[in-house]
Design a protein around this ligand. Structure first.
Ligand SMILES: Cc1cc2nc3c(=O)[nH]c(=O)nc-3n(C[C@H](O)[C@H](O)[C@H](O)COP(=O)(O)OP(=O)(O)OC[C@H]3O[C@@H](n4cnc5c(N)ncnc54)[C@H](O)[C@@H]3O)c2cc1C
Length: 404
């Protein structure tokens, strides 16, 4: 019997997984990748070490217009299967506080084993081919590249997003999906730092200009509270990076999806920083009083030495109410950084138009989606790659299996 021809647009995490699964399920698979090699983004993940999955999933690990959409694919190809899959391919994982990385310490090894497996399954990996259009004509799927049109029985769009400065992240998948009549939730850059403005109740802004220039370069522990329209929505604690534009670091990344989306629809978004998390109002007051008593010769600035980094003290000392500035430093969120500086995009192909168990389009039988192109984004910690593996596996398997 003739094999079903499955074409995959994009040889990234989701596309390579889909290719392997489709091929294992009996299809003749071709991956079309416009970079000179597949998996370039995988190679950059986790600071080059690739946090490929994780052992725990908080309830808000996935975001999107309908975050629950991710469940079905994650159930079919959960973390345990991911670990087993990569282990069979030679990736021995190490556990760093619940986050899993390849023992090699090299993200490139994840790309390499995927490409080796795909090659052994006779998946055709065509590089330097940019797909400009996918369309259905005379009972067959067609994929247009410069100077050629491929024919396929099923197509998986796994183009990824327009986040990062890694070549290939051009957002062309959104245009291909739109041309097929799919709705695309406007992509926004997330897992990024946040551009902020110090609020009026922080007096230093008026006295000595932008406080961010004073604190740029500081890394310090803190707890962030995200407020949307004045309502506290979420908290995140961890190491903050104070920058010339505002704030960055993992806790900021974790809040960025909610903050950036709310700003994009005109909501008032603020962040309060607690620079001494774990101290109640009374404890902080007592702590400052004790320090004053112990060394009465010190001015406020000197009194804070040893408690906070110098540059942060310079900023805190300008506040009208020091204790308030330490516990609830007020920032207004203006935006995220640009797409090139973001790790991931929120938004993408509307999940209402995709079957969650097969990743097939509800509009076009034989058309499938996988990975970040879809309106699902994950928190930092291996959740985005896990989504790419799970949705890629579901799309690949079902694209190969469903009837021609
Ligand atoms: C710096 C950085 C660090 C990250 N670290 C982590 C981490 O440690 N853990 C984690 O879980 N997530 C991490 N992520 C996120 C994760 O890398 C992505 O969510 C994941 O790679 C998405 O997989 P994908 O297959 O959907 O897209 P991609 O991996 O981006 O693959 C899409 C592929 O499609 C190709 N393509 C696009 N359009 C076309 C076209 N028209 N024709 C042909 N080819 C096309 C692209 O070149 C690309 O190769 C990180 C991201 C970045 C930028």
């Amino acid at each position: 019997m003739e094999k079903k021809r499955v074409f995959i647009v994009g040889g990234g995490a989701a596309g390579l997984m889909a290719a392997i699964m489709a091929s294992r399920a009996g299809a003749a698979v071709t991956v079309l990748e416009h970079n000179d090699r597949p998996g370039r983004k995988i190679c950059a993940t986790g600071n080059g070490k690739c946090n490929l999955t994780n052992l725990e999933r908080p309830s808000d690990a996935y975001r999107g217009t309908n975050p629950g959409f991710a469940e079905k694919a994650l159930e079919q190809f959960p973390v345990e299967k991911t670990i087993e899959f990569f282990s069979e391919l030679g990736i021995y994982t190490v556990n760093k506080n619940g986050y899993l990385y390849p023992r090699s310490g090299q993200a490139a090894s994840v790309t390499e084993v995927l490409c080796m497996e795909a090659a052994s399954l006779k998946v055709k990996q065509k590089t330097n081919v940019h797909v400009t259009q996918v369309f259905w004509e005379q009972g067959i799927w067609k994929l247009r590249i410069d100077g050629w049109i491929y024919e396929a029985d099923a197509v998986i769009l796994a183009n990824g997003s327009c986040a990062s400065n890694i070549p290939g992240s051009d957002g062309s998948g959104y245009e291909i999906a739109k041309a097929l009549g799919h709705r695309v939730i406007p992509p926004l850059p997330v897992l990024t730092g946040l551009k902020c403005q110090a609020l009026n109740d922080f007096q230093g802004q008026k006295k000595k200009g932008n406080p961010f220039q004073l604190w740029a370069g500081v890394r310090t522990e803190g707890e962030l509270t995200l407020l949307i329209e004045g309502k506290p929505m979420r908290k995140q604690r961890g190491e903050l990076q104070l920058t010339e534009y505002g704030i960055s670091g993992i806790p900021v990344f974790q809040l960025s999806s909610y903050a950036v989306r709310a700003v994009s629809i005109g909501k008032d978004v603020q962040i309060r920083i607690d620079f001494l998390p774990g101290f109640s109002k009374e404890e902080l007051h007592g702590c400052l009083e004790d320090r004053k008593k112990a060394c009465p010769y010190k001015n406020t600035r000197q009194m804070l030495t040893g408690l906070f980094p110098d540059k942060l003290i310079n900023v805190l000392c300008q506040a009208a109410d020091l204790e308030n500035a330490i516990r609830e430093f007020p920032l207004k969120v203006i935006s995220g950084l640009d797409f090139k500086q973001a790790q991931v995009c929120s938004g993408g192909v509307d999940t209402d138009e995709i079957y969650p168990d097969t990743m097939e389009s509800r509009l076009h039988p034989g058309l499938y989606f996988a990975g970040e192109l879809v309106d699902i984004d994950g928190a930092c910690g291996g959740y985005n790659l896990q989504w790419a593996w799970s949705s890629g596996a579901a799309a690949g398997f079902h694209a190969a299996k469903e009837k021609k």
